[in-house]
Structures are given as C-alpha cells and as structure tokens.
Design a protein around this ligand. Structure first.
Ligand code: URA
Length: 250
C-alpha cells in the first residue's frame, strides 16, 4: 500500500529513508492513521502527582497575571539541589491556549543556557515532528519538562527533584488546559502516569493524567537521534494524539 503523502513528508523531514510501508490515511483526515475502530480505549487512571511546592493560585481567570507569577516562582525556586547548579530556570514555551502540551524530562545544556526547552538537536527534531502534524511551538503546542532546572551531566531527574517541581507542572496544566498531553520519553511518561514500564509498552495506548487529561506516550527525540528507524513509530503516536483530539471534539 502506498505511503501517505503526509507520512512521507514527515519521514523525509526527519531523514528516514528506509521505512515500512503503511496505509494511506482516510480522506477525512490527512493527519490520522489510526482508524477510530482501532484506536485503543483509555486504559489507566494514573497515580496523582502530589504537589510539594506551594504554587500560589493566581486566579486562572487572569492568565496575564498568572503566567508571570508562575515564572517568577519557578525562577526563585530552591526546593531541590538542581537550583544550585542551574544557569537559568526553563519553565516552558509556546502557545498558552494550546490543545496539546508536550512534556519532556529536563533541560539540557543548551536549554539551561537559553532558558527555553528543547532548543538543542533533540528540540530541532521535536519541531520537525510537530511541523509534520501542522503544529509548532507558536501554534497549537505548549512545551515544558517534568523539571525546570538542568540535572548535572544530563542525568535523569531524581524522583524527589521531579516531586519538588510537580506543583509547577500542575499549575501549567491548569493554566493551559490542554486537551491532550504528549509525554516524550520515559521520564515524562513515568512521572505523569506513575508507572515504570518501558516506553515501548506505554505507547500506542491512551492514558489519563489525573483522570482528566488524555496522555499519549512516545519516544524522546534524543532517543530518535540515536535510533532513527524508530521515527516511523512516532508518526503513529502523533496520529493517535490527533485522533484523540478529533474524537474529543465529537
Ligand atoms: N530534553 C528534554 O527532555 N527537554 C528539553 O528541554 C531538552 C532536551
């Protein structure tokens, strides 16, 4: 069967030259490749992420004030040891009215230097992935991480560091009110879902964050840089995410 033009564009943009041929999407949706009949049911209610930070509830009715207040709190945070080694806090970036929220693990060196998430090589790949489904960090997506400060030597954030930052993430989710969370990589998936299965087992299903926001899990773009042939699976994950949105819209 032919590769859809949209999928081919995605694979070309991401530099995948050898890939399995997949069915073209339906005419109804050029971005969708997971037919509704095959889309998995919601499968889990995750453990709630308990905030430990006292994130002041600036009224969500005044987001113009809430965002600067939240960013100021993040910038002043000393709740864990990452505050001692950071250059900048990296709160998040993007469309604050987005229906997608992309959540990664933690800032790396370039993000720490610039104060913006996903600006290094993995970020460029993430941008290409989002572009393939008609989204960008300016339109339709808000991007953040589980922790807002860089762990030294790019190690995974420790559970207590993720926990110390959880209140900030909860506040961001409350302000953006995304219709879907795309968890990129195992650290994001494990912290959001309260599970420790490999990403390969978590992807392809629709989870729920705190019983109210659907979560789709996919591979981290840094992993894709090392394992480029996995990029075609990410296409399926992006299509699943689009499918969830379309279904939620009725
Ligand atoms: N990897 C992440 O998970 N987040 C970033 O911001 C950059 C790289």
């Amino acid at each position: 069967m032919p590769v859809s033009s949209r999928q081919a564009a995605y694979l070309d943009a991401l530099g995948v030259t050898r890939y399995a041929r997949r069915a073209a999407p339906s005419a109804a949706s050029t971005a969708r490749e997971v037919p509704a009949s095959q889309a998995p049911a919601v499968v889990a209610v995750p453990r709630p992420v308990a905030p430990v930070q006292d994130v002041t509830e600036t009224p969500a009715t005044d987001p113009a004030a809430a965002w600067p207040a939240l960013h100021a709190q993040i910038a002043a945070c000393t709740a864990c040891g990452l505050s001692r080694t950071r250059t900048h806090t990296v709160p998040g970036v993007g469309d604050r009215q987005a229906d997608w929220m992309v959540i990664g693990e933690a800032p790396g060196a370039e993000e720490d230097a610039r104060g913006e998430p996903f600006v290094g090589p993995a970020g460029k790949l993430l941008d290409a992935m989002l572009h393939a489904v008609g989204r960008s960090r300016r339109r339709g997506v808000y991007i953040t991480n589980i922790v807002k400060c860089r762990p030294p030597n790019n190690r995974d954030p420790a559970p207590q560091e993720a926990q110390a930052c959880a209140g900030f993430l909860q506040r961001q989710i409350a302000l953006v009110e995304p219709k879907l969370i795309l968890a990129v990589g195992k650290v994001a998936a494990h912290n959001l879902l309260g599970r420790d299965d490999p990403v390969g087992r978590l992807r392809g299903q629709v989870w729920q964050w705190q019983g109210r926001v659907p979560v789709v899990v996919t591979y981290h773009p840094a992993y894709l840089l090392r394992s480029p042939l996995e990029k075609r699976k990410v296409w399926d994950d992006l299509c699943l995410a689009q499918d969830v949105l379309e279904r939620s819209a009725g």
